[in-house]
Design a protein around this ligand. Structure first.
Ligand code: SF4
Length: 375
């Protein structure tokens, strides 16, 4: 059965471009980068580098940070993916660059989940966070996709919102639930805000689109242990749930458990709830391979290096998307992806996590510290 060995979640970039300059993204702080040279994945190159690994991929994410709709070869790349029968294909986009042609592609069943990055239903706040964006255009593009799905009687793509939770937009979350509901969107993923590894305050576009002159991104962390924050989150999760919307607040915090990390049983229940977006084949592959690797998973605080690969636009491979700026596991320009998956560096990271000897890049991560929290 082809699903037996589909045990890898692969996340990759199809380009190294983005049309926005969001204040919480590392791209806004790449001072000195040569912007005249770009990388765009071609379908031939995509087929070549993923030939060995794609038959092992259960979930394929088409974006590790950059904007996939800017890739000119998208249609041919999606055909390669379809040929390999990948069970779950997820695309993350800001949806600004949607054209009639890409809207058609997205609703033709190539993409199962479309994650749209939006961080407020308030035009001013949204455009302040996502500099260079246009709130009205994104809303109209969402409506276009909904309309096409309806006319093609297609259930794909299932649309999910990605909301980076910061002090700036925390109080707008409840309104955003209503906004999602008005578009028939049933899931909102709130990502925990992290200051980009290359952040420089003097590169913030202060004054642009209302961003206050004294604004500092480093002050945008939310204190998830504060009673007010917990109360607000619990109420908002409930408010969303009453409307049939799954509001996924930073997953390692159990909002019903006084801000503690989630216990494993709750994590599984949480994963199950999220799996409503997955195709039947993806659920089967995920379940089979989860059970196969369970003896390992039950002993470690973080399972990412056993099930996930990130391929950046420069060809570097990372075990986790929070590793930006940290040493990579290898480069596809030197070693095939399938070899990198079990090369010495990957094995060393797995050993380190298994033995509580965390790699440097994991030391600040609360998932990696679960054992130190005693759960
Ligand atoms: S411990 Fe944290 S940083 Fe390390 S691989 Fe897991 S999620 Fe990523």
């Amino acid at each position: 059965m082809g699903l037996l060995n589909r045990d890898i979640e692969l996340r990759l970039d199809l380009t190294d471009r983005c049309n926005l300059k969001c204040i919480m993204c590392f791209m806004g702080y790449e001072a000195g980068r040569d912007r005249t040279r770009h990388f765009d994945m071609t379908a031939d190159f995509f087929e070549e580098i993923t030939a060995e690994i794609l038959p092992r991929v259960n979930i394929l994410h088409l974006s590790a940070g950059y904007e996939p709709l800017l890739n000119k070869d998208l249609s041919a790349i999606l055909s390669v993916i379809k040929k390999n029968n990948v069970p779950q294909v997820v695309m993350t986009s800001n949806l600004m660059a949607l054209t009639d042609q890409t809207a058609d592609l997205l609703t033709d069943g190539y993409i199962h989940e479309l994650h749209v990055s939006m961080d407020a239903a308030d035009k001013t706040i949204y455009e302040m966070i996502r500099q260079k964006s246009d709130f009205d255009r994104v809303v109209s593009n969402l409506e276009k996709i909904n309309h096409l799905k309806l006319s093609k009687k297609s259930k794909y793509p299932k649309i999910v919102f990605n909301y980076v939770l910061m002090k700036l937009n925390f109080s707008y979350l409840k309104d955003f639930v209503d906004f999602a509901g008005s578009l028939g969107i049933r899931e909102i993923n709130c990502a925990e805000f992290r200051v980009p590894y290359n952040y420089q305050k003097d590169l913030l576009p202060v004054g642009s689109r209302g961003l206050p002159a004294d604004f500092d991104l480093a002050d945008q962390h939310i204190d998830y242990h504060s009673p007010e924050v917990k109360k607000e989150l619990i109420e908002t999760v409930k408010y969303a749930s009453d409307q049939g919307i799954f509001l996924n607040v930073p997953y390692k915090f159990d909002v019903n458990g006084a801000g503690k990390l989630m216990r494993r049983k709750k994590q599984v229940a949480h994963l199950w709830e999220k799996s409503s977006l997955m195709t039947f084949r993806a659920k089967m592959a995920f379940g089979i391979n989860y059970l196969k690797k369970y003896p390992t998973y039950r002993k470690v605080s973080c399972s990412f290096p056993w099930r996930q690969m990130i391929l950046t636009a420069t060809g570097e491979v990372l075990p986790c998307c929070t590793w930006s700026g940290a040493p990579s596991m290898g480069s596809i320009h030197e070693e095939p992806l399938a070899k990198i998956w079990n090369n010495e560096k990957y094995l060393r990271v797995r050993d380190g996590i298994r033995n509580g000897n965390y790699p440097e890049a994991c030391k600040q991560c609360i998932v990696g510290m679960r054992k130190r929290h005693g759960i």
